[in-house]
Design a protein around this ligand. Structure first.
Ligand SMILES: C[S@@+](CC[C@H](N)C(=O)[O-])C[C@H]1O[C@@H](n2cnc3c(N)ncnc32)[C@H](O)[C@@H]1O
Length: 416
């Protein structure tokens, strides 16, 4: 493959400069070792036939689709940078570490190879033989001959008997299979994009005995895990360009929500002036843990740009906004109300019980702000753990694990 190396290096450096600036705007710092790796590995070698500027755009490059759905991609640089940063921070560096990457493509595996150095090791596993063949070819072309590529369903142990300091999952998971915990050394770290209440966060979880305890989390989105651990996501049409995202075990009648949406809109505001850095992704998980037991269904609203522009809906974030559905009310977190540099949060509801539903959502927002905008913390236990052995918090039962979410105050207060 012929590559214009000077242009490639320039684009790569520009991409990394932008990643550093974007992370700084979020209050994050890209670890120096991750920066060095990103400046070293030519991303275009993992995206053959992609024009060079696209290979260095800050977005995923889809490499395989099933119908409309993307099932494999070279992950977006900002996500890779944030997740590698989570791993480096949680393990205090990756030099000499032994790593399992779940979901191959080659690019992230080669960054990991740079990070662990010759004393460490990287195994990458993918369920899809087309992906592993491609990843093997790309890694060989780029000169990363020591990365081991395995084709298997990573729901099960990948190299039986082996333990890793880091397992980094690069597909969206609904659950944490016991094999992921058991393949970690004690103190080892699992970085995993995990869906809880329909909201995906990349969690860095450290193993402590049979438990996993969160170290950090970031908002993210990924193609879904396939194979034995697959858990379907469904989209229901409720208006032109407006959808509800549901987990496979949730039931909502879309016609009922469509009917409710035809009724006038009620808006409620929390009544705060919040600082721009307030992490609203944390508020969304807070709302989920509070509303899930109070409304019939807690769901995620998504909308196309045209539906927002034409005023059909005014969600906080059109790619995924908390919403509740019950008899007589459909409610969601609304777009922000800006006054100068500060903003307020609010809710919109439709239906005969709209005012009560909007008021309830907004009261939970007030409680979050008054508690100093706490951040979620996650502890993961094996499925057979008895209730009495779980700590206080919101318990979410999955197939192989029991998750407990709690909220801890953040240092920076959003309230002014
Ligand atoms: C976003 S891509 C991986 C990107 C890659 N890490 C990179 O370097 O950019 C996600 C991959 O996860 C794989 N995958 C999904 N479910 C899996 C499973 N159960 N076991 C192993 N791989 C899986 C998919 O086949 C897909 O190729």
């Amino acid at each position: 493959m012929t590559v214009d190396t000077l242009e490639s290096a320039n684009l790569r450096n520009r991409m990394v400069d932008q990643l550093i600036a974007d992370q700084a705007a979020k209050g994050l710092t890209l670890p120096a070792s991750v920066e060095a790796a990103l400046r070293t590995v030519p991303r275009e070698l993992y995206a053959p036939n992609t024009p060079l500027p696209e290979a260095y755009a800050n977005s995923a490059i889809v490499t395989k689709r099933r119908g409309e759905e993307s099932i494999s991609s070279v992950s977006a640089p900002f996500l890779i940078a944030e997740m590698l940063g989570q791993a480096v921070d949680a393990l205090d560096g990756l030099k000499g570490r032994h790593v399992l990457e779940i979901g191959s493509g080659g690019y992230n595996a080669s960054l990991l190879a740079e990070l662990v150095g010759p004393a460490g090791s990287v195994t990458t596993v993918d369920i899809d033989p087309e992906v592993t063949d491609r990843a093997s070819a790309c890694l060989a072309a780029a000169g990363y001959h020591d990365v081991k590529v395995v084709c298997a369903d990573a729901e099960h142990p990948v190299e039986p008997g082996r333990r890793y300091d880091l397992i980094i999952v690069t597909a969206g998971a609904w659950d944490i299979p016991s094999a992921w915990r058991e393949q970690l050394t004690d103190g080892g770290v699992l970085v995993v994009p995990l869906r809880t209440f329909g909201l995906t966060r990349s969690w860095a979880l450290r193993r402590a005995g049979q438990e996993l305890v969160s170290h950090s989390h970031r908002q993210c989105g990924f193609v879904s895990v396939q194979g034995a651990g697959a858990h379907e996501v469904r989209y229901l049409d409720i208006a032109d360009g407006v959808h509800l995202r549901l987990d496979e075990d949730q039931q909502v009648d879309p016609a009922m929500v469509t009917e409710l949406m035809l009724q006038p809109r009620r808006q409620a505001w929390a009544g705060f002036s919040l600082a721009p850095r307030t992490v609203l992704a944390d508020l969304d998980l807070w709302l989920a843990t509070r509303l899930v037991g109070e409304a019939d269904e807690f769901v995620i609203l998504t909308a196309q740009e045209a539906a927002v522009e034409s005023g059909v809906v005014a969600p906080a974030w059109r790619f995924g906004t908390p919403a509740t559905v019950e008899t007589g009310a459909f409610c969601y977190r609304s777009e922000l109300l800006w006054t100068g540099q500060k903003f307020d949060v609010g809710a919109i509801a439709h239906g005969p019980h709209a005012s009560a539903a909007a008021k309830r959502m907004v009261e939970h927002m007030r409680a979050w702000v008054e508690a100093s905008s706490p951040s979620p913390a996650l502890r993961v236990f094996a499925a057979q753990t008895p209730d009495g052995d779980l700590p206080a918090g919101t318990v979410l039962d999955k197939r192989h694990s029991r998750l407990v979410l709690t909220f801890t105050p953040t240092e920076e207060k959003g309230l002014s």
